[in-house]
Design a protein around this ligand. Sequence first.
Ligand code: PLP
Ligand code: THR
Length: 388
Amino acid sequence: MTTLNLPPIYKSASNDLRSDTFTTPTPEMLEAVLTATMGDSVYAEDTDTVRLEQEIAQLAGMESGLFCVSGTLSNQIAIRTHLMQPPYSILCDYRAHVYTHESAGLAILSQAMVSPVYPANGNYVTVEDLKKNFIPDDGDVHGAPTRLVSLENTLHGIITPLEELVRIKVWCMENNLKLHCDGARILNATAATGIPLKQYGEIFDSISICLSKSLGAPMGSILVGDSKFIKKCTHFRKQQGGGVRQCGIMSKMALVALHSNWKSKMIYSHSLAQEMSEFCKKHEIPLESPADTNFVFIDLSAANMDPDVLVKKGLKYGVRLMGGRISFHYQVSKETLLNAQKAVLEAFEYAKQHPYKSDAPTAVYRSASVEGLDIHGNQIKEIKTFKY
Ligand SMILES: Cc1ncc(COP(=O)(O)O)c(C=O)c1O
Ligand SMILES: C[C@@H](O)[C@H](N)C(=O)O
């Protein structure tokens, strides 16, 4: 095994709590690239990619898998493939990524209306919530009948209980609805609950499984479903520019991540989130939702906390934050957790003296670096306000 002399750019994301998307490739992943297969993936000729797709599909108990360069692409082509003959609509949580953060893909690619669902329990959607927002295909020309339910598990790090997923599945079958899972962090759910991915696979018609989130690969997702469905998704993937050539470079790094002890890595990140959650509770810092897995969501409005102050406190302690969402992943160090706790507590104490109220719409994520540089590398005059 050669020892690559990596340039500093490959610094680990040990102090980056903006998202679990910020993990950087490990030296082992980079070494593996040197022996990656080099087939053209548009023709499904790349052995490492085919292997990755098959391994993930098998893990999920599904017939086929398809490599997508992003979770957004994976979600959008899945939903597009399930839907036939508009007008139609989909049901999803009002916070769902497919609805709020995929650039209106549902409206543009699928021509779908969305009925956003507000869970009565505040955390995860139940079948009762869905029934309240269901649009029947009863011939009424005013409506866009519900054709698909898209769930996100985990959503904001919250796990939907298996029994609720089963209840939703039964209802979907009774109403001839497709059921998709945005499983960007379904591996976190399976690591936290011990429920095999295959059991989730029995419930959903399709699952988008991100490689680039807590699993720690640098890129990509695997969309799983039955073979006929995946064959059609391949068509939409090409249409959307997702047919990539020598994909083995990416697939080999994902295989390294998949063959590592990913469950214990995720459980470690969940333990950090738990420590942060307990710390917040100890100091009566309000949280938006339970820290079931790798996220802690500070309730900024209840805390009267200015997200910009929190981000700046983070920088003071050498921690990268984006706002009230604090994201943990396996590369985060214990030292970073302690520094983040200092930053959060100081921001909370500051908020007591300078309560922050804002009715302005706030972005949830940001595309600019928290180090004060925008995406073009120009110095940001001031850090933008955003919700998380
Ligand atoms: C829940 C969820 N779904 C889907 C995505 C989209 O994944 P990608 O960023 O790879 O498009 C993300 C963000 O990365 C996400 O957080
Ligand atoms: C920014 C957002 O799209 C990404 N999925 C995240 O959770 O960080």
